[in-house]
Write a protein that binds this ligand. Sequence first.
Ligand SMILES: [Fe+2]
Ligand SMILES: [Fe+2]
Length: 422
Amino acid sequence: MEQALPMMQRISYTDLYERWEKGNWSATQLDFSVDRDHWRNRFSELQRRAALWNYALFLHGEDAVADNLSPYIDAAPTEEMKYFLATQQVDEARHAVFFARFMREVVEDGSTDVAQSLERTRPQLTWGFRNVFALLGRTADELRRDRSLPMLAKGIALYHIVIEGTLAQPGQHFIESYLERDGLLPGFREGIRNVALDEQRHIGFGVKALSDLVQMDLECRDAVAELLREVMPYSVAVLVPPGWDRGYTECFGFTLEDIYAEGVQSLETKLRSAGLPLEEMPGAVPIDLSVPPQERAGRAIKLLQGNLIGEKLGPPTRDPEVVALMFDSVRLSIDPTAATEPTTIQWDFPDAEPWFLRVDNGSTRVERGRAERPDVTLRVRFEDWVDIAAGRTDPRLAIATGRLRPRGRLKALWRFTKLFPR
Ligand SMILES: [Fe+2]
Ligand SMILES: [Fe+2]
């Protein structure tokens, strides 16, 4: 933070605008003739399938960000911010045009307009992707009604930090580096390089804007934490390959862990540069900052494959090691500073081993077994709890339908909901 903040203060919205003027490029002039040949003759069948899946996520992502940026322009507090965001909207349209051209002219998907390319690639979208972008749509709608600074901060955290900084940028690096390494798709490669340069500017804006917004209104910090808490169960699942076939990234020489590690690292640095280090937003993102990025990535992937987070593709695993990772995530999604006195929560599963969590004096621990005098006991089937923790089931609905039965002292129950500020 000591290093990042002064840098953010040096970058101005005017600089960012100027960089946009200098960085202009044309998506319609790129030459895809060699790409067409490479796509047919140098890509293997698996590589074509994998690239199509990955580029389809980008086409839909670019289309969605182009469509959802206008309320940000309206809500931005200064003219300089508005002008930059207007340039960004042009960029996003250009990016969508670029990916749509690729689908039409290289993949030859038989479409005649962007709507058709979107329609034809829609089946490729993952559960995580659909949920992240549904949230972007809802957030943009909310920002249309509520132009307050905390709402704008929330929107920027989702758009610029999570979608562009955590999901898109590592994906672009991955694509750029294998195309570069293997000398493939020269036209597309040039385009993706330009897209990545634009995104760098957009993310730079997001980081700067967030750091400014937090200084203008302290409530922005809580708004960002709330957004992160909401989006994480979905964003972690965006890159789950079809049928869990790891070949989708490994055919290009990268493991899923490599890409996830870059994503999680990117999220951490960008938030830190924005003056919102994760350690100052306890509970916002359930990652253990004391663990190296590659290991964090490995844990997330184990949880996804065990159906404990992400899309439910089967019953949740009962593997004790992975279940322990899930409870560790529960521990990490707690804000221990919200507990004014020691609190113990007991999970009482009729069909699995019990677990408990204890928040005491600013720290949290989880353990298998029964606590002595829990303040709150949650009676719930293991699978139902997993669905709630993974963001697949609304906890209020689970309580209303009797699937989640919390018992305990009223005060402790109230405190308990404060711990999970959802
Ligand atoms: Fe873009
Ligand atoms: Fe962008």
